[in-house]
Design a protein around this ligand. Structure first.
Ligand SMILES: O=C[C@H](O)COP(=O)(O)O
Length: 263
């Protein structure tokens, strides 16, 4: 048993080598200044594992405030950005505006953007390309709905969504993929570590074949969908899970233990 555990740990170290664990907190449309101050309070208190990259996705109106008040070991992300520098796009935010206030990350293609706001694979891919070309780092979300999973189409869907991005970009070094099965988002139904690992592994194999082995080895793939302090350690111990994108629990002090899941 001890030998098997050591062998698994060695395999995990080998397969994740060079991929820094990255945990995102997606606040979605939540937060008041008072609540944000509480969140920043527990992030400052941490302690946050220095080997984990932490990025919080903040509503646009609070980006500047959070950027000015977040601890130095926490990066700040927008939850959306448009594919143009400036112009007549009422209600949108440009990657250049984000850079202007010192925000270096953006979350794109979240399933809520896809489903509620009708964003297509192509639009998301264009936004990813435009954000990257303007110096942002991108968390690009992919994932299947329950109907698609029940129809056995999980892989087909995530491959299609990733292909759309691959059609628009060449350099993946500033991209983190977030696999978020839609049926697990905000439902309390987490994918089991095995279910998540299975999709992450086949996605990495698909990337190796269709993009390149180098990208497959280097690109970080987060899991998202009802991640909590209670399930993060087991999920985070899977060889192809390189971090999390956390919704509800990122608003709570348990986010600290999610960040520290790989310690
Ligand atoms: O971006 C985060 C995901 O939508 C997960 O949300 P959740 O942790 O509340 O299920």
């Amino acid at each position: 048993m001890a030998t098997t555990c050591r062998a698994n740990a060695a395999l995990l170290t080998q397969s994740t080598m060079g991929r820094k664990f990255v945990v995102g907190g997606n606040w979605k449309m939540n937060g008041t200044k008072a609540q944000i101050n509480e969140i920043l309070g527990f992030l400052k208190a941490g302690p946050l594992n220095a080997d984990t990259e932490v990025v919080i996705g903040v509503p646009a109106i609070y980006l500047d405030y959070v950027k000015s008040n977040a601890p130095a070991n926490v990066e700040v992300a927008a939850q959306n950005a448009y594919k143009a520098e400036k112009g007549a796009f009422t209600g949108e935010t440009s990657p250049l505006m984000l850079k202007d206030i010192g925000v270096n990350w953006v979350i794109l293609g979240h399933s809520e953007r896809r489903q509620i706001f009708g964003e297509s694979d192509e639009l998301i891919a264009e936004k990813v390309a435009f954000a990257l070309s303007n110096g942002l780092k991108v968390i690009a979300c992919i994932g299947e709905t329950l109907e698609e999973r029940d129809a056995g189409k999980s892989e087909e869907v995530v491959f299609r969504q990733t292909q759309a991005i691959a059609n628009q970009i060449k350099d993946w070094s500033n991209v983190v993929l977030a696999y978020e099965p839609v049926w697990a988002i905000g439902t309390g139904k987490t994918a089991t570590p095995q279910q998540a690992q299975e999709v992450h592994q086949s996605l990495r194999q698909w990337i190796s074949k269709n993009i390149s082995p180098e990208v497959a080895n280097a690109v970080r793939i987060q899991y998202g969908g009802s991640v909590t302090g209670a399930n993060a350690k087991e999920l985070g111990s899977q060889a192809d899970i390189d971090g999390f994108l956390v919704g509800g629990a990122s608003l709570k002090p348990e986010f600290v233990s999610i960040v520290n899941a790989r310690q």
